[in-house]
Write a protein that binds this ligand. Structure first.
Ligand code: GLC
Ligand code: CA
Length: 551
């Protein structure tokens, strides 16, 4: 695993390849486009890249359905383009991590094709079950994307399990041969020079013995049965023992529903950790419950509680992964911020998390404050989960209400092409884009923000640079103030040398404010702010400030 914890000093940039930048004019983002933009990513102060899947895939789940783990998709430029990007990133001092998606494969993967024909050694690579005598499904679990978790396969004459799309059959990780395949994949990329992995829904890989029914259905979809299953820790330990411990690499695990206490079972540095960091979901739930489709008014106190809980409970034991956006959730300006105050709130949201303790990730387009997408027709959505949500859930509601559910809930809002300029297709492609461009690209785009010294983009650069300069941000204590406020989020970071106070307003009107007791404003230096004039007794809409004291 990572020698000297190099990941703790870095800021990562997440690329969702289809929509980042098209380099060859076919309308699909690709690695030629990434190569063109390496200096741009570096200019943000980012020194790591996480690639969402680049492997060959039928694209049912936009690459998370993999048909070959040892190659790079032709549409992204193939292996040659990847090696060029990998070298280019390394030359610039940037690390590169890949997505490892091994809870499931594509149904087009050779393993599945052979498994359904019972060709050895693939027969038990997946989770196959006969129909029950009463004609019922093997158990009552739901797919997280569409319908039940079981689909009948005529070739094999059995049901197979899929926790996600029908075309994403779950691997049988209890089969040692499957775990050997995983290790082979890991070694293949690590030997090529890749610096680690983000492990997709890795906490789902160990299913309970006998696959019992979930008594909490239908509300739970079965998730409490297969999340953190009986052999999860053991399998992660095996991957570490046989592979990760032999490389200088970072391992980041996606972990739905994980709590800090649970996370420490895997990442406690004093207790033989099997992972470096985990991706929690709780900070995405300040305006929703369990899923983005159960939408509720934004609740700042809920968000602050979660932030503080993770900061405090991991302190000195494990390391936080910090993020506000990724490819699975709608855009934050439209959720916890405000489209009306797009610029102000985008900057405030940056500050709200970038100065916490941990390793921050910035998702493509977040750095210019991209917002949600509001298509007029549900047919315009591409994502498999979104489409199921429209056509099969809440179907008793009016078409308008159902479309609004998607505006609030769909991850397609974060998957529109990155807005590079005010040229046609936002400068994303010279061809026909594979997906819709958000209409607001004329107002929100990189080129415009490059020339504006007060842009969201330049603010991100400043904030990232500051976080790297300040020793208190890397290692200092975290403390929250005004916990009961439902308007402001305030926290300090402090070490032996220095102290900062971070102030964030999450409301769209000006409001009276006082610096918390114990902070001497007359000795403070204001090192970052999103308004030109600041008032010591008032915060403007979505105002943010970072004050600094040298000791
Ligand atoms: C993870 C990915 C998501 C994908 C799912 C199934 O949650 O982030 O994009 O659809 O797993 O692989
Ligand atoms: Ca392309």
């Amino acid at each position: 695993m990572a020698i000297n914890n190099w990941y703790k000093d870095r800021v990562f940039y997440q690329i969702w390849p289809r929509s980042f930048k098209d380099g060859n004019g076919d309308g699909m983002g690709d690695l030629y486009g990434v190569y063109e933009k390496l200096d741009y990513i570096k200019s943000l102060g980012c020194d790591g890249i996480w690639f969402s899947p680049l492997y060959p895939s039928p694209g049912v789940d936009c690459g998370y359905d993999i048909s070959d783990y040892m190659d790079i998709a032709e549409e992204f430029g193939g292996m040659e383009a990847f090696k060029k990007v990998l070298d280019g990133a390394h030359e610039r001092g940037m690390k590169v991590i890949m997505d490892l998606v091994v809870n499931h494969t594509s149904d087009q993967h050779e393993w599945f094709q052979k498994s359904r024909q019972r060709i050895e050694p693939y027969t038990d690579y997946y989770i196959w079950r006969p129909a029950k005598p009463n004609g019922k499904l093997p158990n009552n679990w739901d797919s997280l994307f569409e319908g039940k978790a079981w689909t009948w396969d005529d070739v094999r004459g059995e049901y197979y399990m899929h926790l996600f799309a029908i075309q994403q059959p779950d691997l049988n990780m209890d089969n040692p041969l499957v775990r050997e395949e995983v290790k082979k994949i890991l070694r293949y990329w690590l030997d090529m020079g890749v610096d680690g992995f983000r492990e997709d829904v890795i906490t789902f890989i160990s299913k309970p013995e006998g696959l019992p029914d979930d008594k909490l259905m239908p509300a739970s979809k079965g998730i409490f049965m297969f999340n953190h299953g009986p052999h999860l820790h053991e399998y992660l330990e095996e991957f570490k023992r046989d592979v990760f411990s032999k490389y200088d690499c970072m391992v980041l695990a996606e972990a739905p529903l994980v709590t800090p206490k649970k996370a420490l079972e895997y990442i406690d540095e004093a207790n033989n950790p099997v992972l470096d960091m985990m991706i929690q979901f709780a900070t995405q739930e300040a305006d929703s419950f369990m899923t983005d489709y159960i939408h509720m008014p934004f609740n700042l106190r809920k968000l602050k509680k979660t932030y503080t809980k993770w900061q405090e409970q991991l302190d000195g034991k494990g390391w936080n992964m910090l993020y506000i956006e990724n490819h699975d959730h709608p855009r934050m300006v439209s959720r916890y911020g405000s489209e009306k105050f797009q610029k102000e709130s985008a900057k405030m949201l940056a500050v709200s998390y970038l100065f916490q303790k941990g390793t921050p990730f910035i998702y493509q387009g977040q750095e210019i404050g991209m917002t949600n997408w509001y298509p007029s027709d549900p047919e315009m959505y591409e994502d498999v989960q979104t489409r199921w949500q429209y056509f099969n859930v809440a179907t008793n509601k009016s078409p308008e209400k159902r479309l609004q559910r998607l505006w609030h809930g769909s991850r397609d809002s974060a998957r529109t092409p990155v807005q590079w300029s005010d040229e046609e297709n936002a400068g994303f492609t010279t061809g026909t884009p594979w997906f819709y461009v958000n209409e607001n690209y004329l107002q929100i785009n990189v080129t415009q923000q490059e020339t504006d010294e007060n842009s969201v983009l330049n603010f991100y650069r400043q904030a990232v640079q500051l976080r790297k300069q300040l020793s208190c941000v890397r290692n200092g204590n975290y403390k929250e103030y005004g916990k009961l406020s439902s308007s402001f989020y305030t926290y300090s970071r402090e070490d032996e040398k220095e102290k900062i106070l971070v102030v964030c307003s999450f409301i769209g009107n000006a409001k009276k404010w006082n610096m918390p007791a114990g902070f001497d404003i007359s000795k403070a230096e204001l090192i970052l702010a999103n308004y030109e004039n600041t008032d010591d007794t008032l915060l403007q809409p979505y105002e943010t400030r970072v004050y600094y004291w040298k000791k």
